[in-house]
Design a protein around this ligand. Sequence first.
Ligand SMILES: *Cc1c(COP(=O)(O)O)cnc(C)c1O
Length: 467
Amino acid sequence: MDHITNHRSTAELQAADAAHHLHPFSDTAALNAKGARVITRANGVMLHDSDGIEILDAMAGLWCVNIGYGRHELADVAARQMRELPYYNTFFGTSHPQVIKLAEKVAQLTPGDLNRTFFASSGSEANDTNIRLVRHYWASLGKPSKTVIISRKNAYHGSAMGSASLGGMAAMHAQGGLPIPDITHIDQPFWYTEGGDMSPDEFGLKAAQALEAEIERLGVDNVAAFIAEPVQGAGGVIIPPATYWPEIQRICDAHEILLIADEVICGFGRTGNWFGSETYNIRPDIITIAKGLSSGYQPIAGSVLSEKVATVFAENAGEFAHGYTYSGHPVAAAVALENIRILEEENVVETVRDDTGPYLGKLWGQLIDHPLIGEARHIGMMGALEMTPDKSARAPFAEPGKVGQICRDHCFANGLIMRNTGDKMVISPPLVITRSEIDMLIERAVKSLDQTLADAKAQGLMVAGTR
Ligand SMILES: *Cc1c(COP(=O)(O)O)cnc(C)c1O
């Protein structure tokens, strides 16, 4: 195997990184004090760092490397495409075979009549597209007042001005003048923290009915769309109660509000079906795709439109004055097609649905017996653990976020990438993870949880706070 050889020591790499690189979602002072961990290569579900240490990547990068690392077929396709046609645009009356093939393939894979794709290079760009798209849709139908998009608190839809406004992350809205106008947020369907004494099903209905109340508050003539992730990912793998999505669908239908399912994480197999919309029986008017579309091997994303929306763009909308230089990039499109070929031919999604997903679920569910864990939830190939100082009360820690950090660091030291959001630990492994690799994941997670509990006790952190 031919490596791109790294001749520099870890310390040299870290020093240069600290001097010249501004990292996303990072406190630069804290990061530089520690030094970044430098990942040099990867294969299957395993990463290797610059010290030659192997780490099981239970996050699939950032929820994206669905087929796992090291698939040379994708590299070969990229090289071939770069030689043949490295770039051409799709703006002014031109197209190319790879984008045509990919648009056709996405139409075939996606549920219902989601048949037409507008391409972008990231989920953020695709969701920015959606904002302009749904507003122009209603304007084209003679209803220009329908501009407000309703989203949810603690949602994640990206980091650009529009997509971060759609998102409901308070820390993001606190910086840079967000949200942009005409975006509002309702509560999330997160039973563990917000369900109180209600059953999950009662709470799910109530959380969905907040959408109807918000539409009525705004006036239906002002509302363009509702956007939501089928399962909230970055918010902490928040799996809605079974009653939630049917009620959301009913409300969107009743008020003729466009429903946008942000499938950036759920799409391409994550929940055990090709799309989260299938898992939850959602009939979206538009879906956002990214991450698993190329398994992260190339940056590519899209907004996939149902016939209802696409028809307006084909017949009434005139020029849609919107586009990215790299919309439908030929190399990215070719790589996405090869990724999809592998997902299909190797039955990756079916394996998650019928075998490895349930297997992970069984072992993950047993973590509820650990003294730190108040809930262990899972769907398909993702899961979350709620750490708590008081299980029966589902109580938060008095000092939120500390135990999560401690656990994440123990995981890292034990050769496991498991991410913390506050005091929950989340996983989203490559979909190709095997049963024996799942055993290893659980073993390393338990060891890390035991060490975290010992530290939390020693540091006096096992104290309940209030929500
Ligand atoms: C990651 C993510 C995005 C943003 O995608 P980028 O490619 O990082 O811009 C949007 N929506 C969801 C649900 C995501 O998880």
